[in-house]
Every structure is written in C-alpha cells, then in structure tokens.
Design a protein around this ligand. Sequence first.
Ligand code: GN1
Ligand code: MG
Length: 374
Amino acid sequence: MKATGQEHPEAVLGIAGRFRIGGRAIAAVELRAGHINDSYVVSTEAGSRFLLQRINGYVFPSPARVMANIVRITRHLKRKLGPGSARNRLTLVSAVDGEMWTETAEEKRAADWWRMYELIEDTTTELRASTPEQAFLAAQAFGRFETQLVDLPPPPLYETIPGFHDTLSRFEALDRALASASDSVAGNDRRRQAVAEIRSVAGHRDLAARLGAAAAHDLPRRTVHNDCKISNILFDRTTGEALCVVDLDTTMPGLAAHDFGDMVRSMSHRADEDTRETSRARVDPELFTALAQGYLDGAGFLTATERRSLVDGALVLTLEQAVRFLTDHLDGNVYFRVERPGQNLDRCRVQLALLESLLARDADLRRVVGGATA
Ligand code: GN1
Ligand code: MG
C-alpha cells in the first residue's frame, strides 16, 4: 500500500516535537512539492523553521539506507565546504533519541520514517528555467555537487532504488503494467486512453540500450544526484544565485549522463512537467547550450568518453521518464502523486514531445556539447 497521504496537523506537530528543534512546534504547513515524499514546513515558537518529511515507503524499500546515505553526504559536504556554508548544503536535525530520523507506526501500515532538515530561508524554487543564465547556474550547481562527492570516502553509497536508471527494466515494468491493465475494466480504460503513447514509446525502445551495460563499459560509476530537475535547486531570493542542491534520496552510484540527461529533460525547454501544452516541450538551443556550459564548468572531472555520452543521457532519460509516467498511469497512479485523473498520461506526453524534439536536433546538440568549453 502506498505510504503517503495527508496527515492530521496535530499529528505532524507531534512528530516534529520528536526532533531537536529548540522549542515547541506551533505550525506545520504542507508543502506540495515533489511527487514522492510528504513535506511540511514546521515553525517553532522561537521563530525557527524546519522541513519535516515523511519518506515514501512504497518508493524507498529501505528508508534506513536512504538515511544512512544522506547522513554521509551531508557530513561530507559540511566538512568539505567548511564554515559559512550553511546555506549551501542541507543540514539534518537529529531526533531527541539521537537518531537522524523517527518512525511512526500506524495500524495497517508499515512503519513510516520521518526526517527533518533545517529550512534554508529566503530562497525560491522554480518549475522551469526562465532564462539561460538560470539554466547555467542550476547545471553548474549540480555539476559542483558531483565534484564535491568525487572524494566521498568509500564504500559507495547504497542504491536506494535498485535499477533506478536501468531503462530496459523500466520497459519490462511497462510490459507488466500493460498485461495487468487488461485484467480490469478501469485498466482497460486507461490502456485505451494511452494507445498513441504506448505505440510511441515502443517505437523508441532501441534507445533504452544506449547507456546499458555494454555501452557503459567505459563510463565510470560516479556518485550522482539522480533527480537533477530545477525544482531541486534552491535559489537565493535576492541574488538569484543557485545556493543549494536538495532532495538527496536518490544520490547514489550512477552515470554523469544520467544527471545531465535529467537536466535536459527538465530544463532545456519552456514546459512545466505538468503542463498540458505539449507544444512548449521543445528543446530551446539557448537553454541547452547554457546547460552544457554550466554542467561542464561544474563537473570538471568528466572524461572525454563521459562527455560524449551526455546527449545519449538526454535521450535515454527523457524516454525513461515517459515510460515511468506511462507505467504509473496504467498501474492506476500508485507511484507518482497526482492531483487529477490522467495526469501521469499528460506528463508522459510532455516527455514524448520533448524526446521528438531532441531527436530532431540530435546532431546540433552533439556539436554544442563537443564545442562547449568548461
Ligand atoms: C520524482 O522526488 P521527486 O518528486 O522530486 C522521481 C524522479 C523523477 C521525478 C520526475 C524517487 O522525483 O525519479 O525523475 O519525480 N523520484 C523517484 O519529476 O522516483
Ligand atoms: Mg526526488
């Protein structure tokens, strides 16, 4: 069963009180951001604010591993960035029992895991890049984040979602969703709504192998963020500076091309992920160029082979996300939170429109990445 849902405000305040927040929690306001976890901004009577999050246990089979990774990442960044860096990295707040999370068990539901961060004040988030400068700054920030993690002491981080960017197995999950959709009236309806999209992703299936095991032979496994969308960057409200990379749940071993691919998927065009105007999901050469320049500037460690893989990353990640939204539509929206029926199918349509436009400009994009100077 999906482990998300609205929590009673009193209950949220009670959970907040289990953390070391230096005073009584007096307000908790739900933040409708992201498709996965539940987030609340908690204020204390002393005037401090925190971000309280419930980790989605359906999506993350081992919240303990998610938290173990985040503890290591945040400590490493604190050491590395040094004094005065509190606005450039996330800071976990420990629970009163000394752990970095707390569990609540409800009837009929597996234990829920909650964690808390200090809130970084006076920041804004964006749903799409409005200018090439902003795209540059966001891509540079994700590139720097990877650079900061190059010397994370071993062992590698846990894979919090095994096979996260195994695009071939994402297609297999789609096959299973298609088969089980045929078992119910509602499933058949959802399948009928998606006939064109099912055909379209099938037509691109060969792309899924581009970054697969054989192709990845020369591509080093790095510690990457794995969710490089613009909404995972905090910008300074006054200066517009890209201050801090957030959402560390899927930071784990992966390919640089995955991260760059996600940036292109989410920032190289003028469409929100949730728009119904698919015509806006067209790659904008200026935004793409800014992303390539920003990322190469931030991620100075990339090898020539990795650099050549970046456009493939954009194609594969956009296709993969289309497949994931489509699969969830067919499954009845059990993974990505939706506000209205058909939303995951609409999200899939945006990804497919973008994919077509990336493919149409494939040669230009490779020239841009090849010519961009770090
Ligand atoms: C999910 O956590 P959130 O909502 O930022 C998803 C990403 C997708 C993204 C699409 C753990 O991210 O993989 O790319 O939605 N995270 C997980 O917006 O599946
Ligand atoms: Mg995420």
